[in-house]
Design a protein around this ligand. Structure first.
Ligand SMILES: [Fe+2]
Length: 492
């Protein structure tokens, strides 16, 4: 009944004379009261309104259907957009590759995506594979090999294989090794601006049937964007490696003046990075930490060797000369054109002898005035100095080192940094500590993987070994004192 009225209304609605606000419907309201039926004009009005509402609903539905279609059509574009956006935010090759891989997977709806980068020097294609929570693993494939990516790189053409096991170019040995079942494969070569091959995009196992020509087109478009970005990231990585290595060599020129301090800067950098990572220092700050730790003692280049190497106590004047190295570090590093994100390096590096209570040097800063990253370096620096042989003393027993760090909490050191250091795995600390020694200790170090540095200190101090901790104290002492003269006593 209602339906027919609505239909009727449809025809009426085309007639302008039945418009809801026409004078005819407004003047005939009396009939309703005498017959008990609805006034036809009012009925019309109702019908019209129902019509309008129905039309609006249908229009809305059409609109949302169109939107959905539009969205489906735009989804690959939005993936492309995200990859392009990554260019602005991600300059590092590894994170860029990660973004590209993820987005491609969702655009072409496949199970796996790998970006193989061509290493010209080694004639190999390499790719990174995520490995659970532990990070990434690099897989290398010879360019001259039988893998499909190698074929693709050599031929410089798209390879689309709907059924891998029916294709001669596919080597099932790879599946056997990895336990993966390859069905469909699509490989697209990546080229630089000059047209040279720089790598291969590979997608595996389309979720719905073989890869289509549309997938090929999408992958080609993505490849065009990605190639430029990857080239740029490679160049950026190269620059960064150069800067990194240059600073390391600069730092070593100081360390190497004296065989006893050789490796100090690298070890302090490694300890600082361990503390920083465990305290969730991220991104740029981690880079600032690395460069600052590496260069912290660079100012020692301005301190005469006669003073630096003096065996025995320093006179107050000599001590003042040694202290100058912190300000020289600042002056020299300030001359380096650090990029904006690394601008804090000279200041952070030059604050490594500041103490929380303000008694440090060379600015005598207090508490929060000392950059947090410098407070990390301070712990790493003192720890390395005490656990290394010096002109006037042997390596200090680690219980004593721990005592000095504990006693320095809140007056010299930031207690949180000392505590973060204590919680580091003993194995990691020892790997760094023994890295410059004249033998490979790695086999022995493995046994310390289950305990923290703090626990190792407790064991050497005489704490009763728990299950699995037997012999750790003895093994550590052998390791720590290896090759050192037993009678090498402190001068103090
Ligand atoms: Fe220093």
């Amino acid at each position: 009944m209602a339906k027919s009225k609505v239909n009727q209304g449809h025809t009426h609605s085309h007639n302008p004379s039945h418009a809801p606000n026409s004078s005819a419907s407004a003047s005939s309201g009396t009939e309703t009261s005498t017959s008990g039926k609805l006034d036809p004009a009012a009925l019309n009005e109702l019908e019209n309104e129902l019509n309008n509402r129905e039309i609006a609903i249908i229009e809305r539905e059409i609109k949302s259907l169109r939107l959905q279609e539009e969205l489906d059509r735009l989804r690959p574009l939005s993936g492309l957009y995200r990859v392009v956006k990554a260019m602005a935010t991600e300059r590092r090759l590894d994170s860029l590759l990660d973004t590209i891989t993820r987005e491609t997977q969702s655009i072409v709806k496949c199970d796996r995506c790998s970006v193989f980068v061509l290493d010209h020097d080694k004639s190999e294609l390499w790719t990174q594979v995520a490995q659970g929570l532990t990070g990434v693993r690099t897989i290398r494939i010879p360019l001259s090999g039988a893998a499909i990516v190698s074929h693709c790189a050599r031929a410089g053409r798209i390879i689309n294989i709907p059924d891998a096991y029916k294709d001669d170019r596919f080597d099932p040995a790879v599946d056997k090794k990895t336990g993966y079942k390859t069905r469909s494969v699509l490989c697209v070569p990546m080229r630089n601006r000059e047209g040279g091959i720089i790598g291969v995009f590979q997608v595996l196992n389309k979720l719905t049937g073989p890869f289509t020509s549309e997938d090929e087109e999408w992958l080609e478009a993505l490849t065009a964007v990605a190639s430029g970005l990857i080239e740029q990231a490679q160049a950026y990585d190269e620059i960064e490696r150069f800067v990194d290595k240059t600073l390391e060599v600069l730092a070593q020129t100081i360390d190497k003046r004296d065989p006893l301090t050789a490796g100090h800067s690298v070890r302090v950098t490694n300890y600082s990075m361990m503390i920083g990572n465990s305290m969730d220092v991220l991104g740029e700050d981690l880079d600032i930490l690395r460069y600052s730790a590496m260069m912290h003692d660079y100012g020692k280049i301005g301190v005469p060797e006669a003073v630096l190497w003096k065996p025995g106590r320093l006179t107050p004047e000599e001590y003042a000369t040694v202290q100058k190295h912190a300000s020289i570090t600042f002056d020299l590093l300030s001359n380096l054109p650090f990029t904006k994100r690394l601008q804090a390096v000279p200041f952070v590096a030059s604050c490594h002898h500041e103490k929380l209570d303000g008694t440090g040097y060379y600015r005598g800063l207090k508490g929060e005035q000392i950059p947090f990253l410098s407070r990390i370096i301070a712990v790493a620096d003192v720890f390395d100095a005490l656990t290394s042989v010096r002109h006037y003393r042997n390596r200090m027993p680690i219980e004593k080192v721990a005592e000095i760090l504990d006693a320095g909490k809140d007056n010299h050191f930031d207690a949180a940094c000392v505590e973060a250091f204590d919680k580091l795995p003993a194995e990691t600390v020892l790997t760094c500590m023994e890295s410059e020694r004249d033998r490979h200790a790695s086999a022995d170090i493995g046994m310390f993987s289950q305990i923290s540095w703090r626990r190792l200190v407790e064991l050497t101090a005489g704490s009763k070994p728990k299950r699995g901790e037997d012999n750790l104290k003895e093994s550590f002492e052998r390791l720590y004192n290896f090759g050192l003269p037993a009678d090498y006593k402190p001068l103090d």
